[in-house]
Structures are given as structure tokens and as C-alpha cells.
Design a protein around this ligand. Structure first.
Ligand code: FE
Length: 221
């Protein structure tokens, strides 16, 4: 596990200074509002998750999904992504604050990667947008390190016992993106079709990308 050097003063308006210094004015307003409303007890984190999801439609995980889909379709790009994620991701136009030093973690049939920031909420904004409330919660941050398999199960992700789960601790200098395994039954799919399958949670590592064959009914209603 990496260690953080940054200050974690949690007084209102002063927490996560190392992060807010990287954010746009709009990001800072959103975060300040969120902290204020939660601390005052005016809103439920679940309601804020909705707000954040709206925000994510602009700057959110659809960016990361495009990166993943391209890696699934283009072996040379995938190798570049695994070797120098920052440059490969920037080549698609996704760069900037929170993405200065990216590392991509490839899931395989035997290794599943999951990302956390144990001390606060460091997160790869250019590819995933703002983190969900649970990512910033103390229970996730502490429990995923101790018992990742149980935490994943709570996300509905039940990995075979022989799959090794590796937990990676983000920090203000280094941010991770999980490259999920390409699901079955997607042969011949375009990058655009594939990107639509890739979820935020799969790129954090708290879930996998399910095969569309498992959702055939839902897609035709
Ligand atoms: Fe952090």
C-alpha cells in the first residue's frame, strides 16, 4: 500500500486541499456544496449520488469507457496504455488535473484489480469524473483493503475463489484505471458499442463488465 504525505484535516471546507487545488472552480463549488450539505445533515449521500451522476454525464466515466473499448479493439493501443497510460489516455483527449500520472491495471482470468484511496478520495477525474459517495466513505476505504472479496460481493460482483484480488491505493500523484476483461458475446462489436457496456464501477474494480448475453431480455423491452 502506498502512503500519503498530504494533510487530512477534515474541518469543513479544509479537507482534501491537495485535491481541491487541482479542481476547476465548478468542481470546487460542487464539492464544497456537497460537504456542507452532508455535514449540516440537509441531504442524504444517496441524493448527492444522483447529483453527481448528472455531473458525470458531462465529464464522467464515458471517457474512461472509450479508453477501455479502444484497448479491447486495438492491441497496439492496449500495450501503449499498459506501458504509459498517461500518454495513451492523453492521445484520446483525456488529460489534465487528476490525470497527470495514470497507471492502467489489466484484469485477467486470474487477477482482478480494485482501486481505493485509503486516506481520502483521490480519483482519476479526466477518465471517471467525480468519485461516487461510496468511494469517499470510510467503510469502503477501510474494508476493501482488509476484505476486498466481501466488498465486491456487496457490489454484486462474485469472483471465482481462484481469482486473486489486488487492491491499489491511489494518491494525489498517482491515479489508477482498471482495464476490465472484455465480456463474452461481444465479437465483432464496434468500439462505440463496447464503450456503452463499460461501467464506472468496472473501471474502479468493484465490479466486472457483464456479458451482454446475460441482459438480452432487458435490452429488448
Ligand atoms: Fe487521497
Amino acid at each position: 500500500m502506498g502512503s500519503h504525505q498530504h494533510d487530512h484535516d477534515h474541518h469543513l471546507g479544509h479537507d482534501h486541499d491537495h485535491e481541491t487545488s487541482h479542481l476547476s472552480p465548478e468542481d470546487i463549488r460542487v464539492r464544497a456544496l456537497e460537504s456542507l450539505l452532508i455535514d449540516k445533515g440537509y441531504v442524504e449521500p444517496a441524493a448527492l449520488d444522483l447529483l453527481i451522476e448528472t455531473y458525470e454525464t458531462k465529464v464522467g466515466p464515458h471517457n474512461g469507457a472509450k479508453v477501455v473499448a479502444k484497448a479491447w479493439c486495438d492491441p497496439a493501443f492496449k500495450q501503449w496504455l499498459l506501458r504509459d497510460a498517461t500518454a495513451a489516455i492523453a492521445s484520446m483527449g483525456f488529460s489534465g488535473r487528476g490525470g497527470e500520472h495514470m497507471v492502467v491495471l489489466e484484469n485477467t482470468p486470474t487477477v482482478h484489480n480494485v482501486v481505493v484511496c485509503t486516506l481520502c478520495s483521490c480519483y482519476p477525474w479526466p477518465v471517471l469524473g467525480l468519485p461516487p459517495v461510496w468511494y469517499k466513505s470510510a467503510p469502503y476505504r477501510s474494508r476493501v483493503v482488509i476484505d476486498p472479496r466481501s466488498v465486491l460481493a456487496e457490489f454484486g460482483c462474485h469472483l471465482p475463489q481462484d481469482v486473486r484480488i489486488k487492491v491499489w491505493d491511489s494518491n494525489s500523484e498517482l491515479r489508477y484505471l482498471v482495464l476490465p476483461m472484455r465480456p463474452d458475446a461481444t465479437e465483432g462489436w464496434t468500439e462505440g458499442q463496447l464503450a456503452a457496456l463499460v461501467t464506472r464501477d468496472a473501471m474502479i474494480g468493484t465490479n466486472i463488465v457483464p456479458s451482454p448475453a446475460n441482459h438480452a431480455g432487458a435490452n429488448h423491452e
